[in-house]
Structures are given as structure tokens and as C-alpha cells.
Design a protein around this ligand. Structure first.
Ligand code: DD9
Length: 243
């Protein structure tokens, strides 16, 4: 019975996402355009946030939230562990609209690419060192302009959810830009939609929104990275008590 439920939820995930993103998404962008620059932007970002929360509601997944999101006007870089394709909707819904570094393949996805760009995200061609350097420069520029960015320093989704070591230099952007880091832990998404799957297999997940970390208090990127990694590991252990 559990498998059957998972199958129908997965079908719903595919059909529902299509309708939501293409039909409702087009309407949202149109209304945003009608509302004008400032009001339109606020409206579209609010809809993206709602999309994040609705993803879980519509899949029947209960989200356990620990911690609180910082005031929106504060500029920060969200650093989170990575488990599933659901991590971005979870962060968009419960931390707020953030830009992220997306694989270049996503730039070809109609409509989704418009929302990704709307958030201020950058597309990356992973094997291309020159383009990667340009993207990093762009991210630093946007952070200085006040955008919120999300990065996954493990570099890949963890198959069993357990925290993987952060890639060396993965927090260099925050360290160099001096932008506060918001450590965020995710636990449960790896069971809801595991790596390499679109099947919905579980109905509970959790997110821990930590305290802002000031990178200027650390004497190297490595020291900062180890600290943030330790914090996220602690938050994951907290979440495990509830999820
Ligand atoms: C109102 C539809 C919002 C769709 C947001 C897609 C965001 C993809 C990261």
C-alpha cells in the first residue's frame, strides 16, 4: 500500500509540477509584470516562497522547522547540506527566496529557467574553469548588491543523508566577501525523494535554520568551513530527534 501511495504521489509530483510551473507560473509572471518593478518583484518572490511550501503540502509531507529565519533585509549566504531535489523548494519555502548556482542544463528548462533567473541565480558549466571563475565573480558581486545566495558545500547530494565533508574552498565566496553565513541543516528529504529518484517514499522532513556566522571572525576559509560544517552536523543531530 505504501508503494502504491508513493507511485501516485510521484505521478502527482510530475503532473502537478508541470501545471503549477507552466500554467500558474505564466500567470504569476504576467501579474508581476502588470504590477510594475518593485511591487511586481515582491509579488513574484512571494509566489516563489509559496511554491516552496506548497511543494511539501501537496505531497503530503510534514515539515518540522527549528530555528528562525533572519530579518529579510540582512544580507547572507545560506550554506546547507544537500540530500534531494526537494532541498531547493525547502529552502525557498522556509528560509525565503534565495539565488543559487544552477547546473547549466537547467537553463534550457522553459519557465523554470525564468524563475531561476528571476531569483538572481547563476548557471554554471561545471567542467569549464573560466566560466566557473566568472560565475564566482558574479555571485560575489550579487552578494555585495544584497542578494541572498544558497550553496551546497558538499558538492553533491548525500545518498543516505549523512553529512559529507565540505569541499575545500567551498566557503571562499563568503570568506572573501565577508558576508554572514546562515547555516541550514536538512534532514528527511533524502527519504522523501532520494538521490537519483523522483519517487516520493516518505512523508516527513525537517529544516533547522541556524544562527548567522560572521566570517570576519575566522582567520582562514578552512577554519570557517570547519566551524560551519560542525554547526550543520549538530543541527542535523537535533533534527533527527523529531524527524
Ligand atoms: C509560481 C511558480 C513558481 C515556480 C518556481 C520555480 C522555482 C524553481 C527553482
Amino acid at each position: 500500500l505504501k508503494k502504491l501511495r508513493g507511485f501516485f504521489l510521484s505521478l502527482w509530483l510530475v503532473v502537478g509540477t508541470f501545471l503549477y510551473v507552466f500554467v500558474y507560473g505564466a500567470l504569476v509572471l504576467f501579474v508581476g509584470w502588470l504590477l510594475g518593478k518593485e511591487r511586481g518583484r515582491r509579488f513574484v518572490l512571494r509566489q516563489i516562497e509559496l511554491f516552496g511550501k506548497l511543494t511539501f503540502k501537496l505531497l503530503g509531507v510534514k515539515v518540522h522547522v527549528l530555528g528562525q529565519r533572519p530579518a529579510a533585509e540582512r544580507n547572507f549566504l545560506v550554506v546547507a547540506n544537500h540530500q534531494s531535489i526537494l532541498d531547493i523548494p525547502l529552502v525557498l519555502g522556509y528560509v525565503g527566496p534565495v539565488a543559487f548556482i544552477a547546473k547549466k542544463e537547467l537553463s534550457k528548462f522553459p519557465m523554470v529557467n525564468l524563475f531561476i533567473k528571476y531569483l538572481g541565480s547563476e548557471f554554471i558549466d561545471r567542467g569549464n574553469v573560466r566560466q566557473t571563475a566568472l560565475v564566482i565573480r558574479q555571485v560575489m558581486k550579487k552578494l555585495a548588491e544584497g542578494y541572498h545566495f544558497l550553496i551546497f558545500p558538499e558538492g553533491t547530494r548525500s545518498p543516505n543523508g549523512e553529512l559529507l565533508p565540505f569541499k575545500p574552498r567551498s566557503l571562499e565566496i563568503a570568506y572573501k566577501a565577508g558576508v554572514p553565513i546562515l547555516p541550514v541543516a536538512i534532514w528527511g528529504n533524502h527519504r522523501v525523494v532520494p538521490k537519483h529518484s523522483v519517487m516520493v517514499m516518505d512523508n516527513k522532513t525537517g529544516i533547522y535554520i541556524g544562527e548567522l556566522v560572521d566570517p570576519t571572525q575566522f582567520s582562514s576559509e578552512e577554519e570557517l568551513r570547519n566551524y560551519v560544517q560542525r554547526k550543520i552536523a549538530e543541527y542535523i543531530e537535533e533534527l533527527k530527534k523529531f524527524v
